[in-house]
Design a protein around this ligand. Structure first.
Ligand SMILES: NC(=O)c1ccc[n+]([C@@H]2O[C@H](COP(=O)([O-])OP(=O)(O)OC[C@H]3O[C@@H](n4cnc5c(N)ncnc54)[C@H](OP(=O)(O)O)[C@@H]3O)[C@@H](O)[C@H]2O)c1
Length: 312
């Protein structure tokens, strides 16, 4: 359910080695017709609207990393394998998170505003070395951010759902904390970074109780999903200077309506969901699609299978 280049189309054909036919849906109408007999669908574009017409579907390959939108059809997807584009954008997303962290730390958002007012105001600025950072979400994005932060001498700990027991270092020396213990560390956290999927468990995971435990010099950055952070609570903390700053690439409402206070809050930087930025063909997920199609046809385990109940 996307428009492939000639080269990519050829690579898909080679992956199935004549064992299957591949058809391309270019609009919603053709998607609804073609999905009736399809065993597999690749690409999100017309998927949700055509899914009710599927009769033989066994596999869906999404071009998204986060599949919360597709999982709106969770019950219809039971018995169908869902795979996603995990890993494809880790480096770009980690770069964007670092750009936000550095901009907030060195107050570039305020300095740029002053530049436009022709003001030259020298001041004392914080720096990264020695800061204690906590990353919520230890997928490829969180790990990419951690490795970059380490080169700035930031002390990094990370939170993952599956960790049980006491916090302990992983093989790279990052301290890993489980979902029941991370809140204890918030009073010492100068930088809270969120790279979580939106699931039933992460919905509003960081709210007023968590934000109020952070020290007043703390910074908060979210590149995962807007729903995992209570945006109103964050804005309240920023307004009363209970936090030094925040940067959000993902918001409750995208785009925010004109009257939304996120546009005007001086301590907040927002970017328009560009940690994974728009791309033109060839799409970076094309090699993953080809590899997973090859695996599907030859009966090998697929890459990046989503656990429908966990939600990622
Ligand atoms: N801003 C953008 O442009 C953009 C673009 C693409 C994706 N995203 C978002 O980025 C998210 C992260 O992607 P990724 O590939 O790095 O993630 P991922 O591989 O899906 O990993 C998710 C991480 O979150 C942890 N986690 C899940 N539920 C949790 C909970 N309740 N408490 C604590 N930790 C929890 C998981 O723990 P375990 O390791 O124990 O499973 C895992 O470490 C995606 O889900 C997507 O929503 C944003």
């Amino acid at each position: 359910m996307y428009r492939p280049s000639a080269e990519h189309s050829e690579a898909l054909q080679q992956a199935v080695q004549g064992d299957a036919s591949i058809t391309f849906a270019h609009d919603g109408k053709s998607a609804k017709e073609l999905i009736r007999d399809a065993t597999a669908v690749m690409g999100n574009r017309f998927f949700l609207q055509s899914l009710p017409y599927a009769k033989h579907l066994r596999w869906m390959q999404s071009n998204s990393v986060g599949v919360d939108v597709i999982l709106q059809a969770r019950e219809q997807l039971r018995g169908i394998t869902l795979t996603r584009a995990k890993g494809v954008y880790d480096a770009e997303m980690a770069d964007h998170a670092l750009a936000l962290i550095l901009a907030l730390t060195r107050q570039l958002h305020w300095i740029r505003d002053e530049q436009l007012d022709r003001k030259w105001l020298r001041r004392t600025l914080p720096y990264m070395s020695g800061v204690k950072a906590m990353i919520l979400g230890w997928g490829g994005v969180g790990q990419g951010i951690a490795r970059r932060l380490r080169s700035f001498d930031v002390r990094v700990c990370a939170v993952r759902r599956s960790h049980v027991g006491d916090p302990c270092p992983d093989e790279e020396g990052f301290i890993i904390i489980g979902p029941d213990r991370w809140r204890e560390q918030l009073p010492e956290t100068g930088l809270l970074i969120m790279a979580l999927p939106f699931t039933q468990e992460t919905d509003g995971l960081v709210g007023a109780p968590e934000l109020s435990k952070l020290p007043p010099h703390a910074l908060v950055v979210n590149v995962g999903r807007g729903e995992t952070l209570d945006q109103d609570a964050l804005l309240s903390c920023l307004r009363c200077k209970a936090l030094r700053g925040a940067a959000l690439d993902v918001l409750d409402l995208e785009p925010p309506p004109p009257e939304d206070p996120v546009w005007d809050e001086p301590r907040l930087i927002i970017t328009p969901h560009v940690a994974r930025s728009k791309e033109e063909p060839p799409f970076r997920w094309e090699p993953l699609f080809v590899e997973n199609l090859r695996r599907y046809v030859s009966g090998e385990p697929l890459l990046n299978v989503v656990d429908l109940d966990k939600g990622y």
